[in-house]
Design a protein. Sequence first.
Length: 203
Amino acid sequence: MSTIKLYNSSTSGYVRNTSLTSWSDTRDAITGNNSGTDAQSLPVAAYRDTFYQIFRSFFYFDTSEIPDTATITSAKLYMYAVFTGGTAISVCEGTQSDTLANEDFDSYSGSEYGHITTNTSAYVALSFNAQGISDINKSGVTKLCLRDYTYDYLNATPTGGDQYSIYTAQYSDESKRMYLEIEYETESTPTVGTKYPLPAFKV
C-alpha cells in the first residue's frame, strides 16, 4: 500500500455569480460575474442578502505520479476552515478549463463525491465515494469543484444562506493547508527463480 499527499496548485480559484431577483438565474447560469485565483483561502457560498449570490471554488491536483497500473483504494480531501457558516460543503468532479475564468461557473459534472461539515479548529476529511475514486486522473490533473450543499447542490432557494472559506495550499501556515490524500496498491511482479523457478536443462 502506498500513500501520497498532494496540494492544490495556485491556479485553483473561485467563480462567483449574482442576481438581484432570481435564484434560478443565479444557480443555473453558464457564466459567472467574476473570478479569482492564487489565494490563501477560497470561498464556498450560497445565500441572499440584497441579492442572490453563489461562490463555487475549483481546485487542481497533479495526480500524475500515481502509476497507471495502480488500484486506488482511498481518497480523502482534508479541509481546514477560515470560517464556517452553514451545514456542509459538497465535492464533485470539476470540468473547468486549465486557466480558471468566469465561464467556468458551471464547470462541474456528475453526482457529488460526498459532503461534510467544516471546522475552524481542526481538519475534516471527506472520504470520496466510488465515483470520486474512479474520477482521479492517474495520468494528469484531477479537478474538483466545491459547492454549498444545502442550497446550491440541493437547489433550495435561500432566505439567509451558507458561507464558508477554506484554507488553500497557498496559505502560509502549512498545518492548515488543504490537501488530497490518496492510497493505492500496485501488483508485485514475481521474481523469477524464487516462487517460479526455471526448469533445469541438460546439455
